[in-house]
Design a protein around this ligand. Sequence first.
Ligand code: SOE
Length: 386
Amino acid sequence: MRELNVGMIGYKFMGKAHSNAYARVNMFFDADMQVNRKVICGRDEAGVKAAMDKFGWQDYETDWRKMIARPDVDVVDINSPSYLHKEMAIAAANEGKHILCEKPLAFSTADAREIVEAANKAGIKHQVGFNYRFAPAIVLAKQMIESGRLGKIFHFRGSYLQDYIISPDYPKVWRLDKSVAGSGSLGDLGAHVIDCARYLVGEIDRVVGMEKTFITERPIAASMTGVSATAQANSPRETVDVDDATHFLGEFKNGALLSIEATRFAAGHRNDMSFEINGSKGSIKFNLERICELQYYNAEAEEGFQGFTTISVTEGTHPYVYAWWPAGHVYGYEHTMVHEVFEFVQAIANDKPASPDFNDGLKCAQVMEAVDLSAQRGAWVEVDSL
Ligand code: SOE
């Protein structure tokens, strides 16, 4: 079988999740290429060496430019903090490497356009890590909408709620630093909901939004693992320059209405992305914390017998479920990454466009920048004006 050698930049939270996906894809799916965890890259030599051993990579590098240039690397997986995405993606494209880049693709629409241009010029396959598109229930929702089961769509109502930074003592980690992350809850969480809205309902025409930073000063971070972090002892406080929460309304080009909320101040919600879609023939509701289920309301069910029902998305006939376990066995968050990687490998192996690709990353950047501008101006902003 043809082999596909991956070089991955980043070895912490997303590095672990992607390593798991590369390790599982050929075990559970009939991928048309054998994926090799070839080289893992990170600045800290001790850290990246430990990750190489723990996550099953064959080699490591501490210089991402050197890794990208290696002839034994076919694919570059970028899961560094967002401020590095543009330079890394353009360098990888210029080396002719296929690219899987974590979301958000770029800080700005202008940066995203430069990345898209470099990828198109290089003729590579490119995909953005909007992993929730690959949750079986969300693919099922897409199939239901496309088959007309919901009829004409009127509303997409979504949110991504987390609560790990409510304490004023939680330090200013990279996700709270605009120069590193580009934005706060909007780019880290809202990007996922925007992508689901575009995937399921269509392109967004205009938005109006507001952003809020509840805690404007935080201590300097001493260490961070995942989203857990500790502050430096007796640390001075630094200004927080990103949104803690962002709310926005919008209108799709097809006339449906949009409302999206992203926040890290929703006490009790650890990682709760959910949305509801209302159509002329029914509604669906998805909640990431119940990832194997889809709530469905059939407006055409017999009078007196209507109500939201729970579809257990655990049958072999459901998207991707066939590859895992017998009917009724549940799956989780990390499976979405395996599905994401499988589709990327298949796009490369069969010379097909990957999806969601950098154009989707650009579209998401346009929506986010429009929300940002709207929050500054207090007015509606046309997405295509960006
Ligand atoms: C933030 O905590 C985060 O890790 C996001 O960065 C991911 O994209 C999301 O899938 C889970 O939460």
